[in-house]
Write a protein that binds this ligand. Structure first.
Ligand code: SAM
Length: 210
């Protein structure tokens, strides 16, 4: 595990209220709607870099029964666990660096990542991430990847990020795992931070095809 990155994120979640974080969403409706479009409530759904996101709350409310939340930061996941109370017991909480994680092969129908992948600025880390994603997703499963867009901020939480549009993201995935992922949908999104700044995101959906 990357202890420097882990310490950074544990400090972020330990020192600030979730609702003050620039990436906070009260109702992660775009994510939840996309997940509903591509995965049934009995499917295994994993949120990569879940942190303290309220997506897990929304998915539980909508009947999802096999939820997995993965994050480098124990402190981030603990915020969600505390918020959920007894409902947290139904969720699989995984503290791991996604680039070094070994998934159950082909278990997952849906891989969701909002603003975690874009922190991988090193090509070797990106290659490792794509290999893990390819191993985790069942054939016919989907990955929803949300990152800062080409005109989005250059940094997030004080760290540099790699920005994408759907085409550059698709090309990157294809270079790492040729023929494994097909881009099936994309949209742009303006996220409004708690301090009323606007951040340009791209949202891409890929199908695991081969
Ligand atoms: C900007 S936050 C977004 C959190 C959440 N997805 C949301 O939308 O609220 C990025 C998250 O990615 C996590 N993260 C960063 N690098 C990671 C890695 N290599 N493996 C797992 N999680 C990571 C951080 O701990 C943090 O919780």
């Amino acid at each position: 595990m990357d202890t420097t990155a882990k310490a950074h994120w544990d400090q972020v979640y330990g020192n600030r209220d979730e609702a003050e974080l620039t990436w906070f969403e009260e109702m992660p409706e775009i994510s939840a709607s996309l997940i509903s479009a591509y995965a049934k409530p009995d499917a295994h759904v994993i949120d990569i870099g879940a942190g303290a996101s309220r997506l897990v709350d929304l998915l539980i409310t909508r009947g999802y029964q096999r939820l997995h939340c993965l994050d480098l930061s124990q402190a981030g996941l603990d915020v969600s666990r505390a918020r959920l109370g007894d409902k947290a017991q139904s969720v699989d909480w995984i503290v791991a660096d996604v680039t070094r994680w070994t998934p159950d092969p082909g278990l997952y129908a849906l891989w969701h990542d909002r603003a975690a992948f874009h922190f991988l600025t090193d090509p070797d880390q990106r290659a490792a991430y794509v290999a893990v994603m390819a191993a985790a997703l069942q054939i016919g499963g989907h990955a929803v990847i949300m990152s800062f867009a080409l005109d989005g901020p250059e940094r997030c939480s004080g760290l540099p990020v790699q920005r994408y549009d759907p085409a550059t993201l698709a090309a990157m995935l294809d270079a790492q795992a040729p023929g494994a992922f097909a881009l099936v949908a994309s949209q742009m999104h303006a996220h409004h931070t708690p301090s009323a700044n606007t951040q340009a995101f791209q949202i891409s959906v890929f199908r695991r095809v081969g």
